[in-house]
Design a protein around this ligand. Structure first.
Ligand code: SIN
Ligand code: MN
Length: 215
């Protein structure tokens, strides 16, 4: 029998579990709190070198999510469309993807090929991301790996066609999702976050990292 000392915070004893929904492989509590903090530390210099920005969408609006990237390519959008760019909009190369992030890719996919983009999405209070497919990459046989840090976010999952039924799942800090196979081109989006539900980020908000093979 195991006993847990009184006062141990719930987060510290949450066990990992894996669920599969519409082909999305969802690893709940994959990263323990110490590894989550390690990733935040690894992200600090990236956010400094390549500050978050709010991309314009081709239809003319602006995304509520703020973003930046690490790796050889960064995801970008403006009036001309969605694409990957080799440089931050301020004109400098994107910083390298830190090793603690790359090792999550290796552990979960077992692939030798490394991702060449780590898109960093920051959801502040009220930010959301509409249903979309990730289809700006050259080869859809590679999965996309998504890492959630900070506040809870409600991920909506659909199929590969527009419209139709969807399912929703709350993603918490430390959860990792692998979108491969039938889920690789599935519609997905984030309806809302529970602002300040986590204490990982002192100012609140949700960070989502997606690792992608672009070329
Ligand atoms: C994305 O689709 O780029 C982000 C998904 C998420 O924030 O969980
Ligand atoms: Mn996406």
């Amino acid at each position: 029998m195991r006993f847990f000392a009184r006062g141990v915070v719930k987060d510290e004893i949450t066990a990992m579990s894996k669920l599969r929904l519409r082909g999305f492989e969802i690893y709940k509590s994959y990263l323990d709190p110490a590894r989550q903090r390690e990733l935040i530390e690894a992200l600090r210099p990236i956010l400094k070198a390549a500050p978050l920005f709010s991309p314009k969408v081709p239809s003319g609006g602006q995304m509520s999510v703020r973003m930046t990237s690490a790796g050889a390519y960064g995801w970008y959008s403006d009036a001309e469309g969605y694409r990957y760019e080799k440089q931050h909009p301020r004109g400098q190369d994107w910083p390298a993807i830190p090793d603690p992030i790359l090792s999550i890719w290796g552990d979960l996919t077992g692939l030798e090929r490394l991702p060449d983009c780590c898109l960093v999405n920051y959801y502040g209070e009220g930010a959301r991301m509409g249903l979309h497919q990730d289809k700006d990459e050259a080869d859809f046989s590679y999965p996309v790996v998504s890492i959630s840090l900070g506040d809870d976010g409600l991920l909506r999952l659909g199929g590969t066609g527009r419209g139709g039924k969807t399912d929703s799942v709350w993603l918490s800090s430390g959860d990792v999702v692998v979108m491969g196979g039938e889920a690789r081109l599935a519609y997905h989006g984030v309806d809302r976050i529970r602002f300040k539900s986590s204490r990982l980020l002192p100012k609140g908000g949700r960070l989502n990292l997606t690792l992608r093979v672009v070329t």
